[in-house]
Design a protein around this ligand. Structure first.
Ligand code: MTE
Length: 299
């Protein structure tokens, strides 16, 4: 790992030198408003990451079944080598990029992020990965591109869950270009310094910490730059429940349950629910992106 930085620092991370260096590295690539926002966001808050066991045994990955333990039971069927990612659409250098070649070009960091599922459970996860902005720069985003669309691998013989039409396969997600370029937006390749387990979306998955977990699409094989808002799986399936934006927002409830609080995985059955934070605690960093937007309408 070339360097490490996390938005939320654990006790082990709070060494003044480390915090200073990492913030400075981040700032080096940033301009005005974003710089101030991130400096404010790099607060020394104590967040205890979930255990490896918790993060890798309680999952959503419907290509392997809809049970929380199905991904851990069946994702070993997924062949992740060789792996390539098609980057196409409005880019200067479209093509099939080999995963190992991508890795050799990217700087891998550790980022400890809150992770909030739309189902109102949450974890704290120490990811390893690189900024999506760096991958997009490699492909060269063309003027006029406004959105980024993502697709998961669809290989039914390795994905027993795809026999059921729970969702329209392949799983699809999308971001506005400015969301995709935000320095918090990560392409995760690892967990706790080890390669990403299949059930967590090996070898490459998106992590957008201020959005509900379903935006964080797993096992990505295609990234398309486009000028139109791309269709996304959960929105296609149940449009009145799952919007394109899906920003974590304790004030906008899911039609069938409250989003005001969450159950932290690992807290035990009788643990108190904790309040959900606006933009999952990343408000200082990302609120700018949505200035003037009606967040109830664009849920
Ligand atoms: N990506 C794919 N391809 N298929 C899925 O079913 N589930 C999403 C998201 N990415 C999903 C996916 C949902 S609902 C959540 S909450 C997170 O993955 C879960 O990530 P985790 O299992 O690593 O905690």
């Amino acid at each position: 790992m070339a360097h490490r930085w996390s938005n939320d620092l654990t006790p082990a991370d709070v060494t003044p030198r480390g915090a200073w260096m990492n913030r400075r590295q981040l700032m080096a690539g940033m301009t005005g408003a974003g710089l101030v926002a991130l400096a404010g966001g790099a607060r020394a808050e104590t967040l205890e990451p979930n255990t490896w066991e918790e993060i890798t045994s309680y999952n959503n990955f419907y290509e392997f079944g809809t049970g929380k333990d199905d991904p851990a039971a069946y994702a070993h069927l997924l062949k992740t080598e060789p792996w390539s990612v098609k980057i196409d659409g409005m880019v200067d250098r479209p093509g099939d990029y080999d995963f190992q070649d991508i890795l050799s070009e990217m700087t891998i960091e550790e980022r400890i992020y809150r992770f909030r599922c739309v189902e109102a459970w949450s974890m704290v996860i120490p990811w390893n990965g690189f900024e999506l902005a760096d991958l997009l720069a490699m492909a060269g985003v063309q003027e006029g591109a406004k959105y980024v669309a993502f697709e998961t691998l669809y290989r039914p013989e390795e994905m027993p869950g795809t026999r059921y039409p729970v969702l329209e396969w392949p799983y699809r997600e999308g971001l506005r270009l400015d969301e995709a370029m935000h320095p918090l937006t990560l392409m995760a390749t690892g967990l706790y310094g080890k390669p990403l387990p299949n059930q967590n979306g090996a070898p490459l998955r998106l992590v957008v910490p201020w959005k509900y977990g379903f935006k964080s699409i797993k096992s990505i094989v295609r990234i398309t730059l486009t000028d139109k808002e791309p269709p996304t799986s959960w929105n296609m399936a149940i449009p009145n429940e799952y919007g394109f934006y899906s920003n974590v927002n304790p004030e906008v409830n899911h039609p069938r349950w409250s989003q005001a609080s969450e159950r932290r995985i690992g807290g035990g059955l009788f643990a108190k629910r904790q309040p959900t934070l606006m933009f999952n605690g990343y408000e200082k960093e990302v609120a700018d992106l949505y200035e003037g937007m009606d967040l109830e309408k664009y849920f």
